[in-house]
Design a protein around this ligand. Structure first.
Ligand SMILES: [Zn+2]
Length: 182
């Protein structure tokens, strides 16, 4: 029997970045962009607010680009402060690298299992899909989805009753499957 689970975002992740004002290390995307067009060049920042003191940080999205090279559709979304665009840009590896930030997905996702009626089967294959690249520990997901203590999940792995082609003890952010035998 094959079941599908899905890891889905429930809100925007926080941005890990040190605040120069209060030394907090988390910023929340404000949902607003700042666009500065100067002659033929354009700069775009995504504005984020320190979760502790409210200080504004600017995350560079576009730097000294020629206006003509920017898709008009993107400009419209920037001017409209499109919330979907904030989510896309936060998760864009190029934006993350350019600003030397990472994301904090704690409390920003949930696991959809479609119910627990399958858990009494002798053997189940579960396919876990990620709606966004959210780094999670498979061991934690399996404990939550199968309603088992973490120690029991570790024991099942050690006993060869919980198997996968991926390493279940680390962190993952892409689709995987596992088999649970009772
Ligand atoms: Zn601060």
């Amino acid at each position: 029997m094959l079941k599908n689970w899905m890891v889905v975002p429930t809100c925007l992740p926080l941005v890990r970045r040190r605040c120069h004002t209060c030394a907090s290390e988390r910023f929340r995307a404000s949902g607003k962009f700042r666009v500065n067009a100067n002659h033929k060049l354009i700069d775009v920042w995504l504005l984020a607010l320190c979760t502790a003191c409210g200080e504004t940080a600017k995350l560079t999205v576009l730097e000294r680009m020629t206006v003509r090279s920017v898709r008009p559709e993107l400009l419209d979304r920037l001017h409209d402060n499109d919330p979907g665009l904030t989510a896309e840009l936060l998760q864009d590896p190029v934006v993350q690298r350019r600003n030397r930030v990472a994301l904090d997905w704690d409390d920003a996702w949930r696991l959809d299992t479609g119910g627990s009626d399958h858990l009494d089967r002798e053997v189940i294959d579960i396919s876990v899909r990620f709606a966004a690249r959210i780094p999670v520990r498979p061991v934690r997901l399996i404990a939550e989805g199968c309603d088992l203590p973490r120690a029991e999940v570790d024991r099942l792995i050690a006993a060869g009753k919980l198997v996968s082609a991926v390493r279940l003890s680390g962190k993952l952010s892409s689709d995987f499957t596992f088999t649970l035998k009772r």
